[in-house]
Design a protein around this ligand. Structure first.
Ligand code: ADE
Length: 225
Protein backbone atom coordinates (compact mmCIF):
# COMPACT_ATOMS: atom_id res chain seq x y z
CA UNK A 1 0.00 0.00 0.00
CA UNK A 2 1.09 3.57 -0.64
CA UNK A 3 -0.15 6.67 1.20
CA UNK A 4 0.70 10.18 -0.03
CA UNK A 5 -0.08 12.95 2.44
CA UNK A 6 -0.23 16.55 1.25
CA UNK A 7 0.31 19.14 3.97
CA UNK A 8 1.39 22.71 4.66
CA UNK A 9 3.02 21.45 7.86
CA UNK A 10 4.95 18.32 6.81
CA UNK A 11 7.10 18.53 9.96
CA UNK A 12 4.01 17.67 11.98
CA UNK A 13 3.88 14.26 10.31
CA UNK A 14 7.63 13.47 10.30
CA UNK A 15 7.89 11.96 13.78
CA UNK A 16 4.64 10.08 13.31
CA UNK A 17 5.77 8.25 10.18
CA UNK A 18 9.24 7.60 11.62
CA UNK A 19 8.15 6.05 14.92
CA UNK A 20 6.43 3.00 16.25
CA UNK A 21 4.25 0.55 14.33
CA UNK A 22 3.96 2.83 11.31
CA UNK A 23 7.76 3.07 11.00
CA UNK A 24 8.10 -0.69 11.42
CA UNK A 25 5.48 -1.35 8.75
CA UNK A 26 7.39 0.96 6.40
CA UNK A 27 10.67 -0.83 7.11
CA UNK A 28 9.00 -4.19 6.47
CA UNK A 29 7.83 -2.85 3.10
CA UNK A 30 4.13 -3.17 3.99
CA UNK A 31 3.43 0.48 3.32
CA UNK A 32 5.14 3.43 1.66
CA UNK A 33 4.25 6.83 3.13
CA UNK A 34 5.29 10.10 1.49
CA UNK A 35 4.61 13.55 2.87
CA UNK A 36 4.48 16.36 0.29
CA UNK A 37 4.93 19.99 1.24
CA UNK A 38 2.13 21.87 -0.52
CA UNK A 39 4.32 25.00 -0.72
CA UNK A 40 6.65 23.16 -3.12
CA UNK A 41 3.82 23.25 -5.67
CA UNK A 42 2.77 26.89 -5.55
CA UNK A 43 3.51 29.25 -8.41
CA UNK A 44 3.42 32.17 -5.97
CA UNK A 45 6.83 33.76 -5.52
CA UNK A 46 6.22 34.15 -1.77
CA UNK A 47 5.26 30.45 -1.56
CA UNK A 48 1.75 31.34 -0.45
CA UNK A 49 -0.87 28.62 -0.71
CA UNK A 50 -3.89 30.51 0.66
CA UNK A 51 -5.85 33.68 -0.05
CA UNK A 52 -8.84 35.69 1.20
CA UNK A 53 -12.28 34.20 0.55
CA UNK A 54 -14.66 35.73 -1.98
CA UNK A 55 -17.74 37.19 -0.25
CA UNK A 56 -15.81 38.92 2.51
CA UNK A 57 -15.94 36.02 5.00
CA UNK A 58 -13.39 35.61 7.79
CA UNK A 59 -10.33 33.37 7.52
CA UNK A 60 -8.13 32.21 4.67
CA UNK A 61 -8.84 29.62 2.01
CA UNK A 62 -6.38 27.18 0.47
CA UNK A 63 -6.02 27.94 -3.23
CA UNK A 64 -6.72 25.57 -6.13
CA UNK A 65 -3.42 25.89 -8.00
CA UNK A 66 -0.88 24.24 -5.62
CA UNK A 67 -3.30 21.48 -4.62
CA UNK A 68 -4.20 20.75 -8.24
CA UNK A 69 -0.50 20.76 -9.23
CA UNK A 70 0.45 18.30 -6.47
CA UNK A 71 -2.50 15.92 -6.95
CA UNK A 72 -2.17 16.02 -10.77
CA UNK A 73 1.53 15.18 -10.57
CA UNK A 74 0.84 12.19 -8.30
CA UNK A 75 -2.04 11.00 -10.48
CA UNK A 76 0.16 11.10 -13.59
CA UNK A 77 2.54 8.70 -11.84
CA UNK A 78 0.02 6.07 -10.68
CA UNK A 79 -3.66 5.40 -10.19
CA UNK A 80 -5.14 6.41 -6.82
CA UNK A 81 -8.11 4.54 -5.37
CA UNK A 82 -9.12 7.45 -3.13
CA UNK A 83 -8.20 11.12 -2.85
CA UNK A 84 -9.21 12.00 0.68
CA UNK A 85 -9.69 15.45 2.20
CA UNK A 86 -9.66 15.74 6.00
CA UNK A 87 -12.34 18.14 7.15
CA UNK A 88 -14.71 18.45 10.13
CA UNK A 89 -17.71 18.41 7.76
CA UNK A 90 -16.72 15.07 6.22
CA UNK A 91 -18.03 11.55 6.71
CA UNK A 92 -17.31 10.34 10.25
CA UNK A 93 -14.27 8.05 10.33
CA UNK A 94 -14.80 4.68 11.99
CA UNK A 95 -13.38 1.16 12.09
CA UNK A 96 -15.29 -0.17 9.05
CA UNK A 97 -13.87 2.75 7.04
CA UNK A 98 -10.35 1.95 8.30
CA UNK A 99 -10.87 -1.68 7.25
CA UNK A 100 -12.05 -0.57 3.82
CA UNK A 101 -9.14 1.83 3.27
CA UNK A 102 -6.60 -0.81 4.37
CA UNK A 103 -7.60 -2.83 1.27
CA UNK A 104 -6.72 0.00 -1.14
CA UNK A 105 -3.52 0.10 -3.16
CA UNK A 106 -2.81 3.86 -3.29
CA UNK A 107 -4.44 6.73 -1.46
CA UNK A 108 -3.82 10.46 -1.19
CA UNK A 109 -4.74 12.40 1.96
CA UNK A 110 -4.98 16.17 1.59
CA UNK A 111 -4.79 17.89 4.98
CA UNK A 112 -7.13 20.83 5.26
CA UNK A 113 -6.07 24.12 6.88
CA UNK A 114 -7.23 27.65 7.54
CA UNK A 115 -10.93 28.04 6.74
CA UNK A 116 -10.86 25.14 4.31
CA UNK A 117 -9.98 24.67 0.65
CA UNK A 118 -11.44 26.32 -2.42
CA UNK A 119 -14.62 24.30 -2.91
CA UNK A 120 -13.75 23.55 -6.54
CA UNK A 121 -11.00 21.20 -5.29
CA UNK A 122 -13.59 19.26 -3.34
CA UNK A 123 -15.93 19.15 -6.33
CA UNK A 124 -13.38 18.16 -8.96
CA UNK A 125 -10.51 16.28 -7.34
CA UNK A 126 -11.53 14.85 -3.96
CA UNK A 127 -13.22 11.44 -3.91
CA UNK A 128 -13.84 11.23 -0.17
CA UNK A 129 -14.15 13.72 2.70
CA UNK A 130 -13.40 12.39 6.17
CA UNK A 131 -13.83 13.84 9.66
CA UNK A 132 -12.29 12.19 12.71
CA UNK A 133 -14.90 13.65 15.05
CA UNK A 134 -17.25 16.51 15.83
CA UNK A 135 -14.61 19.01 16.93
CA UNK A 136 -12.39 21.40 15.01
CA UNK A 137 -8.62 20.92 14.84
CA UNK A 138 -6.32 23.68 13.61
CA UNK A 139 -5.32 21.48 10.69
CA UNK A 140 -5.97 18.15 9.07
CA UNK A 141 -2.54 16.68 9.92
CA UNK A 142 -3.69 15.05 13.15
CA UNK A 143 -6.68 13.64 11.28
CA UNK A 144 -4.40 12.31 8.50
CA UNK A 145 -2.16 10.75 11.17
CA UNK A 146 -5.15 9.12 12.90
CA UNK A 147 -6.47 7.72 9.61
CA UNK A 148 -3.02 6.49 8.53
CA UNK A 149 -2.29 4.89 11.90
CA UNK A 150 -5.57 3.00 12.06
CA UNK A 151 -5.19 1.80 8.45
CA UNK A 152 -1.52 0.77 8.67
CA UNK A 153 -1.98 -1.34 11.80
CA UNK A 154 -4.52 -3.43 9.86
CA UNK A 155 -2.04 -4.39 7.13
CA UNK A 156 -1.13 -8.06 7.48
CA UNK A 157 2.19 -8.29 9.35
CA UNK A 158 2.06 -4.74 10.78
CA UNK A 159 1.37 -5.81 14.34
CA UNK A 160 2.93 -8.83 15.96
CA UNK A 161 -0.14 -10.81 16.83
CA UNK A 162 -2.39 -10.94 13.77
CA UNK A 163 -5.34 -11.79 15.96
CA UNK A 164 -5.05 -8.72 18.11
CA UNK A 165 -6.15 -6.35 15.34
CA UNK A 166 -9.26 -8.48 14.87
CA UNK A 167 -10.11 -8.38 18.57
CA UNK A 168 -9.83 -4.57 18.75
CA UNK A 169 -12.68 -2.56 20.13
CA UNK A 170 -15.20 -1.70 17.34
CA UNK A 171 -14.08 -4.53 15.04
CA UNK A 172 -17.41 -6.29 15.69
CA UNK A 173 -19.27 -3.19 16.94
CA UNK A 174 -18.34 -4.16 20.52
CA UNK A 175 -15.83 -2.66 22.93
CA UNK A 176 -12.99 -4.96 24.00
CA UNK A 177 -13.04 -6.92 27.25
CA UNK A 178 -10.66 -5.67 29.98
CA UNK A 179 -7.09 -7.01 29.86
CA UNK A 180 -4.63 -7.70 32.70
CA UNK A 181 -0.96 -8.64 33.06
CA UNK A 182 1.40 -9.68 35.88
CA UNK A 183 1.36 -9.54 38.86
CA UNK A 184 -1.84 -11.41 39.79
CA UNK A 185 -2.20 -9.24 42.87
CA UNK A 186 -1.06 -5.61 42.86
CA UNK A 187 -1.64 -3.80 46.17
CA UNK A 188 -4.66 -6.10 46.73
CA UNK A 189 -6.10 -5.28 43.25
CA UNK A 190 -6.78 -8.75 41.87
CA UNK A 191 -6.92 -10.17 38.37
CA UNK A 192 -10.33 -11.88 37.86
CA UNK A 193 -10.04 -15.56 38.91
CA UNK A 194 -11.53 -16.81 35.65
CA UNK A 195 -8.49 -15.56 33.68
CA UNK A 196 -6.20 -17.68 35.86
CA UNK A 197 -8.35 -20.81 35.59
CA UNK A 198 -6.83 -22.14 32.36
CA UNK A 199 -10.35 -23.02 31.13
CA UNK A 200 -10.28 -21.63 27.59
CA UNK A 201 -13.98 -22.07 26.90
CA UNK A 202 -14.98 -20.33 30.12
CA UNK A 203 -12.45 -17.54 29.46
CA UNK A 204 -13.84 -16.97 25.95
CA UNK A 205 -17.36 -16.84 27.38
CA UNK A 206 -16.25 -14.33 30.06
CA UNK A 207 -14.54 -12.19 27.41
CA UNK A 208 -17.70 -12.05 25.27
CA UNK A 209 -19.87 -11.27 28.24
CA UNK A 210 -17.55 -8.47 29.43
CA UNK A 211 -17.38 -7.07 25.94
CA UNK A 212 -21.15 -6.99 25.67
CA UNK A 213 -21.67 -5.51 29.15
CA UNK A 214 -19.08 -2.74 28.63
CA UNK A 215 -20.64 -1.85 25.26
CA UNK A 216 -24.13 -1.76 26.76
CA UNK A 217 -22.94 0.50 29.60
CA UNK A 218 -20.51 2.80 27.75
CA UNK A 219 -21.61 2.82 24.09
CA UNK A 220 -25.20 1.55 23.77
CA UNK A 221 -25.36 3.22 20.33
CA UNK A 222 -22.97 0.55 18.98
CA UNK A 223 -25.40 -2.24 19.83
CA UNK A 224 -27.99 -0.67 17.54
CA UNK A 225 -25.61 -1.32 14.63
N1 ADE B 1 -9.66 19.34 10.29
C1 ADE B 1 -10.05 20.10 11.33
N2 ADE B 1 -10.84 19.43 12.16
C2 ADE B 1 -10.96 18.17 11.64
C3 ADE B 1 -11.67 17.01 12.04
N3 ADE B 1 -12.42 16.97 13.15
N4 ADE B 1 -11.56 15.93 11.26
C4 ADE B 1 -10.83 15.96 10.13
N5 ADE B 1 -10.16 17.02 9.70
C5 ADE B 1 -10.21 18.12 10.45
Amino acid sequence: MRIDIISVLPEMLDSFINLSIVARARKKGLVEIYVHNLRDYTEDKHRRVDDYPYGGFAGMVMQCQPIDACISKLCRERHYDEIIFTTPDGEQFDQPMANELSLKENIIILCGHYKGVDYRIREHLITREISIGDYVLTGGELAAAAITDSVVRLLPGAIGDAESALSDSFQDHLLSAPVYTRPQDYKGWKVPDILLSGNEAKIAEWEQQQSFERTKRLRPDLLEK
